[in-house]
Each structure stands twice: as structure tokens, then as C-alpha cells.
Design a protein around this ligand. Structure first.
Ligand SMILES: NCC(=O)CCC(=O)O
Ligand SMILES: [Mg+2]
Length: 330
């Protein structure tokens, strides 16, 4: 049977029948807001390459957390933008129990216990060289030594009350090492969100401005640990290993250029699959919107629905609060 018995446009004719056959519905509960945390009180410092995004002192962060809850956004992902004095060759500030992130976690969990708090496990905000791990004399990022440092960092975050620790560093074996350490410490409820398929993407540029690692990183890339943008099968092997090692959820990052990976990961493993719409994706939409070249709201929501349609269970996006407002008709 074909045309004219079949006319695909019949169902598209009216809003009610379009609504009834809609396959993917984006809600605020699908979204996680990444936030940049800094020292100080009452400070909100704009990030030039990410219009609308600010580095927040902890008291300001609490207000943003409250707004997220009010809008139905279930969780924040914290990223530190520490003072330059907190950076060192060995990143030891990362596991200081009174460090910036640990204080931010405690403040959030005390004031807003029902808001999910996700912490970033990686050394780049704390290293003088801007790499995610510890390096040898040639600048190569050392796997096992870095993993030992990441375990200390994850424990400090979990002890402060983080609901999810989220290793974004791409060292081999770190999920298993962190899981073992959490169990041994009695922290059996702490979830691990593994950045399993994290690509060596150029779309992270504005993020590196935000956390202040761009200058220290200089021309050094992250290609010896993050994945080659051309690869798909390798992502599936990474995800399989992280799930085996004890990850509760896995991440694909960035979002829009990697939706084939999202689909393959979701179909193959059926595990909670999170996607990070990264800073460069945000900056592109913002810049074009601000120039009047695209409709920012419509295009941002379209990108987010597309990511969910591809298989994402949750999306980290700098649009989270705006998108929640738009979805609620604001
Ligand atoms: N671990 C976080 C990143 O590496 C970048 C995120 C972004 O570009 O938004
Ligand atoms: Mg891996």
C-alpha cells in the first residue's frame, strides 16, 4: 500500500496529532547544569567565551543550586576554577579536604540535600602544566601514578558528600581503582559517572578558558589519553571496560558531533548513558544566536532533543536552566 492511501502528512496536519506521535520528549529532569566554582564571596565572574556562564563563589553557587531545584533540574556538575596559587606540579590541592570543590560540595549538600552533586575527577585545574594527570620529564602523562592521585581526589570528594564522582581523565583502570577505594572506605552509595568515551576534541576550548587551564596547557594536546575523534569501535571497548570496573553510568563527550557513538553505546550496553554538550557547542549556538543568525532558543532545544533521541538518558548542558525555563513555557 502506498500513496494516496498512505499520506504521511495527515498525522502532521494538526498540533494535537503531532503531539500524540512525538517520540522524544525533553524535560528539565533530563538536564544537568555544569558550574564553575571559584574562591571569594558574592563573586560572579563572567567567562568571555561562554556568554551567560559565570565562575561562582560558593555563596552564589548556592543560589544557582536553588534555582536549578526550583526549575526541576536534578543535579549540578562542579568544575573548579582555582586560584593560580592552588596549582602545582603534583596537583595536591585536588584532594585537600578543605579544598574549593570539597567546601562547595559540603555547602550544597547541607543547604540543598535533595540536589544531586557531581564532582569532576581529573587533575587539570590543579596542575601547573594543565594536563589531566602527572607527567614525566618528557611531558608524557603517567597512567598508574595519575590513577593513584585520582583515587585520593575521588575519596576526598566522596567524603565531602558528592553523590557522583565523575572521572573525566581517561586513564586506564581508574574506574576499578576508585570503585575499590570507595568500597574499602565504606562509601558504598557513591555513584561513579565514567567519562568513558571522551574525545580529544577541539570543542573544549571555552571550558579551558573558564577553568584557567588553557594558558598552562599551551600547545600540548591530550591525544595520548583522550580518544581519536575518528574512532567508534574504540569507544565501545572503553565503555565495556568502565562498566566492568564498576561504573554506574557512562558518558559520551562531546555531544552533537558524536551522536552515532551515543546510539551505539546505548544500544549495545543499555546502561545509563549521559552526554556532555560541551563548551564549544554552547559557544557556537550562543554566538550565532547573538548575531541574529539563528534562533538561539529553538536551535538549543533542537540540539538537546537530538541528543536525547540518539539515546542519552541525561545531558550535561550550560543551557540547563534556560532550557528548563523554555520547556516550562517561560
Ligand atoms: N572535563 C570537562 C572538559 O574537559 C570540557 C568540557 C567542556 O568543554 O564543556
Ligand atoms: Mg578508559
Amino acid at each position: 500500500m502506498g500513496f494516496p492511501a498512505i499520506r504521511m502528512r495527515r498525522m502532521r496536519r494538526d498540533a494535537f496529532s503531532r503531539a500524540l506521535m512525538r517520540e522524544t520528549v525533553l524535560t528539565p529532569a533530563d538536564l544537568i547544569l555544569p558550574v564553575f566554582v571559584r574562591e571569594g564571596r558574592g563573586v560572579r565572574e563572567p567567562v568571555a567565551s561562554m556568554p551567560g556562564v559565570e565562575r561562582l563563589a560558593i555563596d552564589e553557587l548556592l543560589k544557582v543550586g536553588e534555582e536549578a531545584l526550583r526549575l526541576g533540574v536534578p543535579a549540578l556538575a562542579l568544575f573548579p576554577a582555582p586560584d593560580a596559587a592552588a596549582k602545582s606540579e603534583d596537583a595536591r590541592e585536588a584532594w585537600n579536604p578543605d579544598g574549593l570543590v570539597q567546601r562547595a560540595v559540603r555547602a550544597l549538600k547541607q543547604r540543598l540535600p535533595e540536589l544531586g552533586v557531581i564532582t569532576d575527577v581529573a587533575l587539570d585545574p590543579y596542575t601547573t602544566h594543565g594536563q589531566d594527570g602527572l607527567i614525566d620529564a618528557s611531558g608524557y602523562v603517567l597512567n598508574d601514578e595519575t590513577t593513584a592521585a585520582l583515587v585520593r581526589q575521588a575519596l576526598a570528594q566522596a567524603e565531602a558528600g558528592a553523590d557522583f564522582v565523575a572521572p573525566s581523565d581517561m586513564m586506564d583502570g581508574r574506574i576499578g581503582a576508585i570503585r575499590q577505594a570507595l568500597e574499602a572506605a565504606g562509601l558504598i552509595h557513591t555513584r561513579i559517572l565514567a567519562y568513558s568515551a571522551k574525545y580529544a576534541s577541539s570543542f573544549y576550548g571555552p571550558f579551558r578558558d573558564a577553568v584557567g587551564s588553557a594558558a598552562s596547557l599551551g600547545k600540548g594536546g591530550k591525544h595520548t589519553y583522550q580518544m581519536d575523534v575518528a574512532n567508534g569501535d574504540e569507544a565501545l571497548r572503553e565503555v565495556a571496560l568502565d562498566l566492568e570496573e564498576g561504573a554506574d553510568a557512562v558518558m559520551v563527550k562531546p555531544g552533537l558531533p558524536y551522536l552515532d557513538i551515543v546510539r551505539r553505546v546505548k544500544e549495545r550496553f543499555g546502561a545509563p548513558t549521559f552526554v556532555y554538550q560541551v563548551s564549544g557547542e554552547y559557544a557556537m549556538l550562543k554566538a550565532a544566536g547573538r548575531n541574529g543568525w539563528i534562533d538561539e532558543r529553538a536551535c538549543a532545544l533542537e540540539a538537546l532533543v537530538g541528543i536525547k533521541r540518539a539515546g542519552a538518558d541525561a545531558i550535561l548542558t550550560y543551557f540547563a536552566l534556560d532550557a528548563a525555563r523554555w520547556l516550562r513555557g517561560g
